[in-house]
Design a protein around this ligand. Structure first.
Ligand SMILES: [Zn+2]
Ligand SMILES: [Zn+2]
Length: 303
């Protein structure tokens, strides 16, 4: 007997919902890390990205047992998952300067330890900049840094996500090939990719048109495999195409535009990823229009 296909009604609705990507935003941690989970939950988000510390300082206060327990308890209550931590901005895993490289490796190891303690799913990091030394050297240094920083650590289910960059200031990671080379050099590490739409766009991947997006996704798939793309940084861009400038902007108000971002949100090769907004805001609730735009893209019909 032929099974009837359910295309309408609550069952079909549930089935459609199961397939939908989880959405969230980079939430502030003022007043405690757990607050990021609460703010996300209040805004009906299912996933989150946080810094686990001040992102602009080398020194981090060690995580206390109570802080960790509170974070885990609130996470169980809010069911926010996956949890991504973005590594601090001082880290440069590809640094040509030795003192900088050593500090960066130590700081990234500390980020890994904090992510393990907090049972985060992902630690997002930019591959770095080998100013003066060239891209090949930078890729090599980054891979070596990742291996040394993780050496001897029990990562559990934590995955390190390499983020594609805008290519600003001689940063590596602006071509998907760079990410592929780093991953290839670290076969024993659980590496994945975080795809930032604004970075890709200003790095020269023209995702404004349907064809341009398709070509970009094909390249991404060929170089790193879209299955390894676990997070999407869902941003419009205040900087122009191929400017290699990193300026995130509100959804639909930048150079990428609403229709193009809708196609990204609905792309079947990306639906397994967590969609995380990194659009600027003063108060988390100011981010509502961006969250609602992303939610409407995902809930709406495929473009
Ligand atoms: Zn980033
Ligand atoms: Zn990003």
């Amino acid at each position: 007997m032929k099974r009837e296909r359910v295309t309408e009604g609550p069952i079909a609705e549930t089935k459609r919902r199961v397939k939908q990507p989880r959405i969230g935003f980079h939430a502030p941690i003022s007043g405690g890390l757990h607050n990021a989970l609460l703010r996300s939950s209040e805004l009906d988000c299912q996933t989150v990205q946080i810094f686990s510390r001040n992102p602009r300082g080398w020194k981090a206060k060690p995580l206390g047992d109570e802080e960790v327990e509170l974070f885990k308890r609130v996470r169980r209550q809010t069911k926010i998952s996956p949890v991504a931590i973005h590594a601090n901005y001082l880290i440069n895993l590809a640094a040509a300067d030795d003192a900088m490289l050593q500090m960066s490796r130590a700081s990234f190891r500390e980020e890994l330890e904090r992510a393990i303690l907090l049972r985060a799913d992902y630690l997002v990091v930019h591959p770095g900049s080998a100013r003066g030394a060239g891209e090949t050297e930078g890729i090599h240094a980054c891979a070596e840094s990742l291996k040394r920083a993780a050496d001897g650590l029990e990562l559990g289910s934590l995955r390190i996500l390499l983020e594609n960059t805008a290519g600003q200031g001689e940063c590596i990671g602006h071509r998907f090939e760079h990410l592929r080379e780093i991953m290839k050099a670290c076969p024993a590490l659980p590496l994945g990719v975080c795809f930032d739409t604004a970075h890709a766009f200003t790095a020269g991947y023209d995702i404004r048109t349907a064809d341009g997006l398709e070509a970009t996704i094909q390249t991404l798939d060929r170089e790193v495999g879209t299955k390894r793309v676990r997070a999407i940084h869902f941003n419009d861009s205040k900087a122009e195409y191929y400017s290699r400038v990193d300026r995130h902007w509100h959804i639909g108000h930048g150079y990428i535009g609403r229709d193009a971002l809708r196609r990204v949100a609905c792309h079947p090769k990306l639906s397994h990823s967590a969609f995380i907004l990194e659009t600027p805001y003063d108060k988390p609730e100011d981010n509502k229009p961006n969250i609602e735009a992303l939610r409407s893209f995902i809930a709406g019909p495929n473009p």
